[in-house]
Write a protein that binds this ligand. Structure first.
Ligand SMILES: [Zn+2]
Length: 166
């Protein structure tokens, strides 16, 4: 993705209040981000474990930021595996978290959310490029090239954003 600035990020949020978008914790080291290797910018709030954020360039829709709530770790056993719905990396429980996004508009005001399993560190871009190896677990389909995995991740991301904004 193209490099983006803190004001770009704050202005991009579609599913939280303007006040929340103004106050939320934006990564400090934006100048050092490996933008060329990112399909989206995703991060956890270092001061609030359940808060996560994702900003992506939507197909023809401009920059779109989504505020997420991570569900606290459940009581599932360690050996249970979950799959990230974006990069389709299968990982042990804890490394993949159920995250919910409030829908935009009237639907969101009525309390409707969209839930997806996502890599808890939101580093899908690095996993599909082989730049970071999952601590445990394996890819679903080793036969795909990185370019194919990137295309699939972006398609999954677009589908997720479309559901949030539906
Ligand atoms: Zn992922």
């Amino acid at each position: 993705m193209q490099p983006i600035s803190e004001p770009d990020i704050r202005a991009s949020f579609v599913n939280c209040s303007k006040g929340e978008a103004r106050r939320l914790a934006v990564p400090r080291e934006l100048a050092e981000m490996p933008w060329a290797d990112l399909d989206f910018l995703g991060w956890r709030d270092p001061g609030a474990a359940e808060r996560a954020y994702l900003v992506a360039e939507r197909d023809g829709g401009g920059l779109t930021g989504v505020a997420l709530r991570a569900t606290p770790k459940g009581t599932r056993s360690f050996t249970a595996r979950s799959m990230c719905s974006l990069c389709l990396t299968t990982r042990t429980a804890g490394a993949v978290a159920l995250m919910t996004a409030r829908r935009t508009g009237e639907s969101g005001r009525r309390g409707n959310t969209v839930g997806q399993y996502l890599c808890a560190d939101l580093a899908c871009s690095f996993y599909v490029r082989g730049l970071r190896a999952p601590a445990a677990g394996a890819d679903l389909d080793e036969s795909l090239s990185p370019a194919e995995k990137i295309a699939r991740t972006r398609a999954n991301l677009d589908a997720f954003l479309a559901k949030v904004m539906a």
